[in-house]
Design a protein around this ligand. Structure first.
Ligand code: ATP
Ligand code: MG
Length: 250
């Protein structure tokens, strides 16, 4: 099982949006996909339309109060499953991970039990450094970094790459950075906003693969709420990432 971590340390950079549409794109390509919602904000769990039963969520799995197999729910989409967030309860998982030695490796260990059931797990993490984010990165074989096409996104990218390097040095992150997904690119007709242009140029300086951008669009929000895949054009970035993952070996 490949484990794709959506890691980006600032808020609103497109982690949950990318986790959602990448999941749909991979399932459409015939892969069995497991979403893992590590974020106490529980947005991915919400977009998946899930009602979570107490004690059957990722926080309980991390704290060894529930087997991972018992915390997997089917969704309305074929081949797509989710281990949901326990919402506010997840803070207890943060404290647990901080208090046990090697908290960064806990998620990876817990998911070994189901690694043959899925082709890809997609882990959505909260913003800002925390034991949950470290555990998400620690489980990842591949990290995708979504960043907004503006100054905040540029700063966030620098901080996130630095964070992953630290985790690599500490022996927690052993995966690869799959690439950068430029988020909310502002296009006016055939022109890019100045902010977007400058941000893309800055992103290139990191020498990482840059996927096609997700363009700023109300349509994306509508699809998030209704659970529809993005139309061709808008969804090209997720097809490109799915292709890159789907063509790799497991
Ligand atoms: P957090 O760090 O709070 O978890 P995040 O990194 O997961 O945030 P998202 O929730 O994916 O970021 O996206 C931030 C906001 O941008 C959401 O409200 C989402 O509806 C909106 N959004 C997503 N895609 C687009 C788009 N293409 N154009 C405009 N808005 C978008
Ligand atoms: Mg999010």
């Amino acid at each position: 099982m490949r484990v794709v971590g959506l890691v980006s340390l600032s808020g609103g950079q497109g982690k949950t949006t990318s986790a959602f549409f990448l999941g749909l794109a991979l399932a459409v390509r015939g892969l069995r996909v497991l979403w893992v919602d590590l974020d106490p904000q529980a947005n991915l769990t919400f977009y998946a339309g899930l009602t979570v039963e107490r004690g059957r969520e990722v926080g309980a799995v991390l704290r060894r109060q529930c087997e991972v197999a018992d915390a997997i729910y089917a969704t309305e989409w074929e081949r797509l499953f989710i281990v949901p967030s326990g919402g506010a309860l997840q803070q207890a998982a943060n404290e647990y991970l901080a208090s046990v030695g090697g908290g960064g490796l806990v998620l990876r260990r817990r998911f070994v039990a189901v690694q043959d059931w899925f082709d890809v797990a997609i882990v959505d993490v909260p913003p800002a450094r925390s034991p949950l984010v470290v555990a998400g990165a620690g489980a990842a074989t591949d990290v995708l970094i979504p960043v907004e096409c503006n100054v905040k996104g540029a700063n966030c990218l620098a901080e996130t790459v630095n964070f992953l390097q630290e985790l690599e040095e500490a022996g927690v992150f052993g995966g690869r950075i799959l690439g950068i997904l430029p988020f909310r690119l502002k296009v006016f007709g055939s022109y890019l906003s100045r902010d977007s242009q400058e941000a893309l140029q800055f992103f290139q300086g990191f020498g990482l693969k840059q996927f096609p951008a997700l363009v700023e669009s109300e349509r994306v929000k509508v699809c998030l709420r209704s659970g529809e895949a993005l139309p061709p054009g808008l969804g090209d970035c997720f097809s490109a990432i799915a292709k890159e993952l789907g063509d790799g070996s497991y």
